[in-house]
Each structure stands twice: as structure tokens, then as C-alpha cells.
Design a protein around this ligand. Structure first.
Ligand SMILES: [Zn+2]
Ligand SMILES: [Zn+2]
Length: 234
């Protein structure tokens, strides 16, 4: 997902969307966690946007996620060690910057706060606030508390993106993999005390239609299924 064209949340698909020229507009990648559906095209993306200039794309994540990038992705087996290569002026592929839970950084005039959420590996959600509008991004997660408390205090909150991964009959799978079903998605939303649009994300491809149907059956008028390649303005 992109924020203002230049900030990407995760890298599941950014290396394959549109053209390398279009991808080049992305200057910052904020990783939520180390699962491959969130990292899969990061190496391809970084290769696509490599210009040889001294200011490469910056990839942000918590320490466990950045360690994973080094050990499990840029390890000279899965992919060349772009992190090591980036130490040389001719091969500045990426910069990596630690962005720990409860920290706030400012990118392109947007204050971004990282908050721990509840998944099977260390995972964060993000709150974006440009002063006028704030949005929350909560994925991947099972039941969680802190980010709802933070979002409830956000006076200018305009929207929340929340995961709903599996259909209700796979609640057992959602529980072991720490995801939400429409049933538990609804319970999470009860923790949000603000009447803002909710955009469901992370519906598993195989069950997308079924999950969307079960979400519709919740009869929550402010809940929408996030559409691919659609622009949302807040
Ligand atoms: Zn995950
Ligand atoms: Zn995922």
C-alpha cells in the first residue's frame, strides 16, 4: 500500500506493480513484519529503482525485521547482499533504518508512529498523521489493544485499515496464525470509539470473495473492502 506515492507500507507487490519508472517515486518503505507476503518483491523493487545515485530508497523496520532482511533475504543466497554493497558509493542500493515500536518519525511532512500489534512474529501497525488527517494501518494481527488506545486519542482520525484474513469457518487457522476472521474483525472494531470509515485489507486470495461476503453480512455501514489500485483521499 502506498501513502502519497512516495511511502510504501510493506513490499509484497511493489516490485511488480506498474513500471520501474513509476516505482521510482517510492522513496521510503515501511515494513510491518518479516513474513514473505510483505517482503516478497522488495529485492526486485530495489533492483528496479536503483539509479546509482547517492540517495537510495530507505527501508525502515524494527530491529528483528531488519535482522531478518540481512539473514534471510540479502544473504548472498536468496539475493545478493545489497546491504553490504550499499556501503560503496557506486552501489548504493538501499539504506536501512531502525524504526522501533513507540517511535515517531517524520517523512514527507507526515508523522508516522510505530505500534506493536499481535502476530506470530514481531509486527507493528502504523499511525500516519499530517496534522489535518490521521489514518491507522493495522495488519497483520489477531486481537490487540495498544493501537486502538492510540487511535482513540487521535482527534483527526479519518480512517483505519484493518486486516481480515480468513473466513469464519477457518477461525482455528486464524487463531494459530494470529489473524482475524470477520467475526473477530468485528470484535476488534468495537474497541475503536470513533465513527470513521474502516477499510478491510489482507483478505487471503483463495477466500477473498467469501471473506468479503461475510464482512458485508456484518452490516457495518462504515466498513469497506479495500480495492486494488484504487486511490483513497483523507
Ligand atoms: Zn504475517
Ligand atoms: Zn500477511
Amino acid at each position: 500500500m502506498l501513502v502519497n506515492e512516495s511511502i510504501a507500507i510493506d513490499a509484497g507487490a511493489i516490485g511488480l506493480f506498474s513500471s520501474p519508472k513509476e516505482q521510482e517515486k517510492i522513496r521510503h518503505v515501511l515494513l510491518t513484519h518479516s513474513h514473505i507476503d510483505h517482503l516478497a518483491t522488495l529485492p526486485i523493487f530495489i533492483e528496479n529503482v536503483f539509479t546509482g545515485k547517492p540517495d537510495p530508497v530507505i527501508v525502515y523496520g524494527s530491529t528483528p525485521v531488519l535482522n531478518c532482511l540481512q539473514t534471510d533475504v540479502f544473504n548472498n543466497r536468496i539475493w545478493p547482499d545489497f546491504i553490504e554493497l550499499s556501503k560503496f558509493p557506486v552501489s548504493r542500493f538501499l539504506d536501512i533504518k531502525p524504526f522501533e515500536p513507540n517511535q515517531t518519525i517524520t517523512l514527507e511532512g507526515i508523522n508516522i508512529t510505530s505500534i506493536n500489534i499481535n502476530h506470530v512474529v514481531p509486527t507493528v501497525g502504523y499511525i500516519f498523521d499530517d496534522g489535518k488527517s490521521a489514518i491507522g494501518y493495522v495488519s497483520d494481527t489477531a486481537e490487540t489493544e495498544e493501537i486502538w488506545e492510540r487511535l482513540n486519542k487521535q482527534a483527526n482520525l479519518k480512517a483505519v485499515f484493518l486486516e481480515v484474513t480468513f473466513p469464519n469457518h477457518l477461525q482455528w487457522l486464524a487463531d494459530v496464525s494470529k489473524h482475524l476472521t470477520p467475526k473477530t474483525f468485528k470484535l476488534e472494531l468495537q474497541k475503536l470509539k470513533k465513527d470513521v470509515p474502516i477499510f478491510a485489507v489482507h483478505l487471503k486470495g483463495r477466500y477473498r470473495d467469501q471473506v468479503a461476503k461475510e464482512v458485508a453480512e456484518l452490516n457495518l455501514s462504515n466498513v469497506h473492502i479495500t480495492k486494488f489500485l484504487k486511490d483513497y483521499t483523507f
